[in-house]
Ligand binder design. Structure first.
Ligand SMILES: Nc1ncnc2c1ncn2[C@@H]1O[C@H](COP(=O)(O)OP(=O)(O)O)[C@@H](O)[C@H]1O
Ligand SMILES: [Mg+2]
Length: 214
């Protein structure tokens, strides 16, 4: 089943970042976007995940043209179907790790999955305030928060950037298990070719084009 279809995307800030970018994400599929720093990976991920309207082109998620949706429909699509794991963690800072998961649970009406807490190895920190956690622990809590929502599509921007390589590998495995179990899909931006190659497909942003390299 098609989860996302992007057609002929172009975007510029001061100068053109990329043009005619198209890609499709099917269920149970993971796509990595690689490219040098500044090539536009984060921008493309923002466009694909409904956060930034492109200068040209369309993004359809679950057959809905997202930049033509009414605000309320877009909000419910984001709340129910999309999971964003971005560099700024968007955790509620005054809350504990567990309270952050509870917020996700309430908003999405899903259950907190102890298996996710176990696998992300945050059990011992779950009652601590987010501000007391290390960058890597915060990153794992934000991944737990996103998976608690049970999204159909996961968008992740350098999701393992603060993690050591063993933990990064385990986190990636957790994403893949989740995608398989829930018929979900993931688009990941990373500068790490090894992590990228764990995904089904790899695209590279280079010379303002998106080229499939795997
Ligand atoms: N909101 C913005 N306004 C102006 N320029 C931006 C904005 N966001 C990103 N850029 C510029 O776009 C280019 C690509 O940035 P980004 O998408 O973050 O690349 P990457 O994630 O590959 O490092 C950079 O030159 C950056 O400065
Ligand atoms: Mg980036």
């Amino acid at each position: 089943m098609n989860l996302l279809s992007a057609t002929n995307l172009s975007h510029s800030f001061d100068c053109e970042l990329f043009s005619n970018v198209s890609l499709n994400l099917e269920s149970k599929e993971s796509i990595a976007i690689v490219g040098m720093s500044g090539s536009g990976k984060s921008t493309l991920l923002h466009i694909l995940s409904t956060l930034l309207e492109p200068n040209r082109g369309t993004v359809s998620i679950l057959e809905q043209d997202v930049y033509k949706l009414k605000t309320s429909k877009l909000a419910s699509l984001k709340r129910n179907e999309l999971g964003l794991v971005f560099q700024s963690h968007y955790l509620f800072k005054g809350f504990s790790a567990y309270e952050n998961l509870e917020v996700a649970q309430i908003l999405s009406k899903q259950k907190i999955d102890d298996n996710i807490i176990d696998k992300l190895n945050i059990k011992d920190n779950i009652e601590q305030k987010v501000t007391e956690l290390s960058g890597g622990q915060q990153q794992r809590v934000s991944i737990a928060r996103v998976l608690t929502k049970q999204p159909r599509l996961i968008f992740a921007d350098e999701p393992t950037g603060n993690l050591d390589s063993k933990t990064a590998y385990e986190v990636m495995q957790l994403f893949f298990e989740y995608i398989e179990a829930k018929d979900a899909g993931m688009i990941l931006a990373t500068h790490d070719d090894k992590l990228a190659n764990m995904c089904n497909k790899v695209y590279k942003l280079q010379n303002k084009e998106l080229i499939q390299v795997k």
